[in-house]
Structure formats: structure tokens, C-alpha cells
Write a protein that binds this ligand. Structure first.
Ligand code: GLY
Length: 404
């Protein structure tokens, strides 16, 4: 089926069948969407070949396609490029679904370009995104002991950012002085805890578990408002550990709910509950999730910030929907029946919407999804295809496939 007809079939199925609880319908749509991801992945692999030599530079990672463009803007894998692990992660997921040996070979090669991160000091907190999306998925699928070593070394490196006075990992060492944010922790950092939990379980350094828990607890205490919406950045005193202020960096303002920040919170606390089975995290993640779901627009794809006064004329963030859809599919396993249906159906509605003509790139571009917003206040990656949206989209589809 060509891509345009595929999108049309998704739309017709959604429109006519409507009910997201029809299992046959969901299975077909999930498999069609996964097939679409594989065909877009193959297009990207062709695009990444040098037109002169046919060779791929495995250090150059697809990052975004701006609205007016149709080919990937790639960035060199480096300690500063926080998104460099998502493309290898997409290839691992693509291999997991398709069993295509060619995709596997590319997954290995792109993953290898990130090994250096396990041998240098921490630049910032993004090591979990970088190494667990790439090497983490690689190890899950291959059991390659070299991959395990890279993950364990990187987890130890990430832990060097931990300040015991505060009880959290420092997210951005580079921002301490210029912004007078002496110890800053951003909500996104919750995602990096998964690698610490994994390393504590699979390696010798059991203290990593305590660091992850302390980080989650302090974040729970200081990083949320009374209504369970989150600040993007919590600024702490490095000595007393007291919260100085909650502010934004990528959101609309200091008191707004930045969509992707809240998405990271939902995903992060779902993982913390998975790893601890402590009911306090389950209770908490439901509150953080419910405020997000209660404020979604009709198609379930959030605007980039829930408090942007320009809504409905402001950009969406498809990436936040993809992250939350993936988390909700997992979370639906942990909560009682009624809540479980709400979470699972919301995830399905998000994935249906993301698979529609409005959000999927189709023939126009080799990415999976349109309409993500990276850093609105900086005027960067607005209404674009961004690699992490695609990563969480394919992850969510695979999780849904496992459930039906
Ligand atoms: N971690 C940066 C972001 O979510 O844009």
C-alpha cells in the first residue's frame, strides 16, 4: 500500500469505526502504522547515503525536518547533541518489529558512534536519553556484553552529577553560573533514571538505585504545583538543598504547563513505579497524568504549552503526545480497570490522531510525524518533524501491539 493510501485508510478506519476499543480494528491500524514506520526508516537510510559514494556517515544523526523542508537535518553525535540516541533507538525498534537484518546492521553501526560517551566525563544529564535509547535497546535485543559495559559505565558517569545535599542530579552544569541556577534540575531528567535503575539491577553499583529514588522523591516534593502541573526547571541551593524557585526554560512562562515537560513527568514516574512498586508513585503519576489528560484538545494532541494564550492558533507538540501515549500504555497495566480503560483509550486516540494525514508525514518527508515543537521561546524547531517524536511513536506502537 502506498503511503497516501495508507494514511487515507487510517483516517477512514478511525472515522467510520470510531470506537478505539475494537481490537481487530486496533490491531490492523497498529500494524499498518508500524509498517509505515519501517518504510519511512528505509527511506531515511537511503537518504543518509552519500550521493557520491553511497556510504553512510554513522556519526551523523537525523534530528529534524523543518516544515518547509523535505530532507533530514542531521547533527554530529557529540556530548552536546542530546538527541543523538533516538535514531539508533528507532533502528532497534524497527529491527524488533521487522526482523530486517539490514536495519539491524545499521542499528549496530549508529549505536557504536555513541560509545565515546561511556569514556568521557558527564557533560550533562542527557546521558540516559543518549545511551539508554541506543545501547539500552541494543542490549535488550542482542544481549551483547559490550553493550552492557557501555551502559554500566555511562550510568556511573551520570551519577557524578548527583548532589547529595540536594538529592537530585544536576541537569545542566553549563547553566549554573550564567543563569545563577546553582543546582538546576529539569523535569526531562526523570527519563534518565531508567538507566540508573537498570544499572543498579544489572551491575555492581547498587547506590545508583538510591540516587534514582532520592531524585524522584525530591522532584515529587519540589517540582510540581498544587494542581500537579510541573515546572520545567527547579533551582536548588547547592548547600542547603532548599528549592530556590521553579521556572521555565522551554515553556510559555514560569507558571504554565509545558506539554513535553509534563509528558516527561508522566513517563518518568511510570518507570519509577515499575521499578519500585511503591504505591506512592502510582498515586502520584495518576495525578500528574489526569491533569494532562483533562486539558487535552479534542484530538488528544496537546498544544506545545497548555497555557499559551494563542491557543487554538499556536503549534501542537506531537512529541508530547507520542511520549504520553507510550507511557499510558504501560501505566494502564498498573491501575484498576476503569482507570486502565481511560488511559489505554487515550493512548489509542493519540496514536490514531498521530497516524492520520494531519500528523503523519506520508510521502512528503521521510520522518514519521509532523507538528512537534522543540523550543518555542528560542524560536527553534517549531511545528517540525523531530526525531524524538518518531522514537516514542514507534515505541508506543510496539507496546500497543504487545497488548492486543
Ligand atoms: N530534553 C529537552 C526537550 O525535551 O526538549
Amino acid at each position: 500500500m502506498d503511503i497516501k493510501r495508507f494514511s487515507l485508510s487510517i483516517f477512514i478506519s478511525f472515522f467510520f469505526f470510531g470506537s478505539c476499543t475494537n481490537d481487530d480494528n486496533i490491531q490492523t491500524l497498529t500494524e499498518n502504522s508500524l509498517d509505515y514506520c519501517i518504510s519511512q526508516t528505509k527511506r531515511t537510510l537511503v537518504e543518509l547515503q552519500s550521493s557520491e559514494t553511497g556510504v553512510i556517515d554513522y556519526t551523523m544523526m537525523p534530528r529534524n525536518i523543518m516544515d518547509s523542508l523535505s530532507t533530514w537535518h542531521c547533527r554530529k553525535a557529540s556530548k552536546e547533541e542530546w538527541c543523538a540516541g533516538f535514531w539508533p533507538g528507532i533502528l532497534w525498534y524497527g529491527y524488533e518489529y521487522s526482523k530486517d537484518e539490514n536495519i539491524l546492521e545499521h542499528a549496530k553501526q549508529f549505536t557504536k558512534s555513541l560509545e565515546f560517551l561511556s569514556n568521557i566525563p558527564a557533560y550533562d544529564h542527557d546521558l540516559g536519553f543518549l545511551v539508554f535509547c541506543s545501547y539500552g535497546n541494543g542490549y535488550r535485543l542482542t544481549n551483547n556484553p559490550e553493550y552492557k559495559d557501555v551502559i554500566l559505565r555511562t550510568a556511573d558517569t551520570l551519577a557524578t552529577l548527583y548532589n547529595p545535599n540536594v538529592g537530585t542530579l544536576l541537569s545542566w552544569p553549563r547553566e549554573c553560573e550564567p543563569r545563577n541556577w546553582p543546582h538546576n534540575t529539569i523535569m526531562d531528567n526523570m527519563i534518565n533514571l531508567e538507566m540508573l535503575f537498570w544499572a543498579a539491577k544489572n551491575g555492581e553499583n547498587k547506590a545508583l538505585y538510591d540516587i534514582a529514588i532520592t531524585h524522584a522523591d525530591k522532584t515529587m516534593e519540589c517540582h510540581f504545583r498544587g494542581d500537579y502541573t510541573s515546572y520545567h526547571v527547579a533551582v536548588y541551593d547547592t548547600i542547603t538543598g532548599d528549592l530556590i524557585k521553579g521556572v521555565t526554560h522551554q515553556g510559555y512562562d514560569d507558571s504554565s504547563m509545558w506539554a513535553r515537560g509534563q509528558a516527561w513527568a508522566i513517563y518518568g514516574y511510570t518507570v519509577v513505579y515499575r521499578e519500585t512498586k511503591d504505591p506512592k508513585y502510582l498515586d502520584f503519576v495518576q495525578k500528574v497524568t489526569d491533569v494532562f489528560i483533562s486539558k487535552l484538545p479534542d484530538d488528544k494532541i496537546p498544544y506545545w504549552d497548555f497555557n499559551d494564550p494563542n491557543i487554538p492558533n499556536s503549534p501542537r507538540d506531537a512529541s508530547a503526545a507520542a511520549i504520553v501515549a507510550s507511557a499510558l500504555i504501560e501505566l494502564s497495566d498498573y491501575v484498576p480497570n476503569k482507570q486502565s480503560s481511560i488511559y489505554l483509550n487515550t493512548a489509542k486516540e493519540m496514536l490514531y490522531a498521530l497516524s492520520s494525514d494531519k500528523y503523519s508525514c506520508g510521502d512528503d518527508k521521510p520522518a514519521f510525524l509532523n507538528h512537534s515543537t522543540g523550543h518555542m521561546p528560542a524560536g527553534s524547531e517549531i511545528d517540525a518533524s523531530i526525531i524524538y517524536a518518531d522514537y516514542y511513536f514507534i515505541e508506543a506502537l510496539l507496546r500497543l501491539k504487545e497488548k492486543i
